[in-house]
Design a protein around this ligand. Structure first.
Ligand SMILES: NC(=O)C1=CN([C@@H]2O[C@H](COP(=O)(O)OP(=O)(O)OC[C@H]3O[C@@H](n4cnc5c(N)ncnc54)[C@H](O)[C@@H]3O)[C@@H](O)[C@H]2O)C=CC1
Ligand SMILES: O=C([O-])CC(=O)C(=O)O
Length: 266
């Protein structure tokens, strides 16, 4: 069986799910050869998990991104932040590494998107956008090709998940409120790490400046509900995903990695 050298950049909650999948033997075509995170200790912890599991190879924790790239991973799972993706994407693609990312919000920047596309093309590498906390990119892309459509993205979140964002005030604990209405560019600018999904849905369909985004704070709500609705002359499609927590996003990376090497591809 061909094995692919894998690395993780951003060793937090979701990156760790990929390690969980590796240790459960759900990614038999991959070897995790390197880890990198802003806090070195987190990269070291994951590398140590691989050492303890005695998988017959070693994983190197790295202090810098360039150290990670020197390991020449074929795939880099990027689970750091949209800023992290901006730092990593071009050097990684030039290095011959493909990227699987959840920090899709970074790609709302049209100039960055174009640079990523060009660099990937020139270096025969690819960027895979994991479905994260949503799904249905296939139907969104298909309808966008077929005919003109209108795409709305409506999210319900708990007020607590909006703490430390500019829209938060204590009244949100008791009062339901639409805290953002606009396009995906405005949404990710206001919530730089919370609405990657709105940018992902937009990129799969009508583009970040054309999708209609509404973010709503609901008192007592646990988790997130993302509802994407595509309407066109012939189609009405609804993708509605409720998730109690963000685990689904980590598992979507595992699903993407499996799909990359599968002879039968979804
Ligand atoms: N597309 C989707 O559906 C979803 C995407 N996300 C995104 O996934 C990513 C990972 O999320 P979590 O694991 O929950 O976050 P986390 O905060 O638990 O872990 C991120 C880790 O990356 C490190 N990090 C952050 N910026 C970095 C940088 N510039 N360079 C190196 N390391 C850096 C942090 O120190 C932390 O250890 C984030 O970008 C988040 O916005 C999260 C949930 C859903
Ligand atoms: O709200 C969610 O589950 C999705 C999320 O964090 C993101 O898209 O960045």
């Amino acid at each position: 069986m061909k094995t692919h050298a894998l690395a993780i950049a951003g060793c937090g909650k979701l990156g760790k799910i990929v390690v969980e999948a590796l240790l459960k033997d759900l990614l038999p075509n991959y070897q995790l050869i390197g880890t990198y995170s802003r806090t070195f200790k987190k990269a070291e912890e994951i590398a140590n998990n691989i050492y303890v599991a005695d998988l017959g190879y070693t994983c190197t924790p790295c202090h810098t991104l360039s150290e990670l790239l020197q390991l020449k991973p074929e795939y880099i799972v990027e689970t750091s932040s949209p800023t992290g993706l901006k730092e990593l994407a071009l050097p990684a693609l030039k290095n011959g590494s493909n990227i699987v990312t959840l920090s899709i919000g970074a790609l709302a920047d049209a100039e960055f998107y174009k640079a990523v596309e060009k660099t990937a093309f020139e270096n025969n590498t690819r960027v895979h956008l994991a479905s994260g906390a949503i799904g249905g990119f296939d139907v969104m892309g298909t309808v966008a090709l077929m005919e003109e459509s209108e795409v709305t993205f409506t999210t319900e979140k708990s007020p607590n998940s909006l703490r430390r964002t500019p829209v938060y005030d204590e009244a949100l604990q008791t009062e339901k409120r639409e805290v953002f209405k606009g396009d995906a560019i405005g949404a990710i600018a206001l919530f730089p790490t919370h609405v990657n999904v709105s940018v992902a849905a937009a990129l799969a369909s009508v583009g970040p400046e054309n999708i209609k985004v509404s973010i709503n704070s609901v008192p007592g709500f646990v988790g997130d509900d993302h509802r994407i609705e595509v309407r066109s002359e012939n189609i009405h499609a609804v993708v509605d995903v409720y998730s109690k927590n963000a685990k689904i996003a980590g598992w979507s990376v595992v699903n993407t990695l499996r799909n990359i090497v599968s002879p039968i591809v979804f």
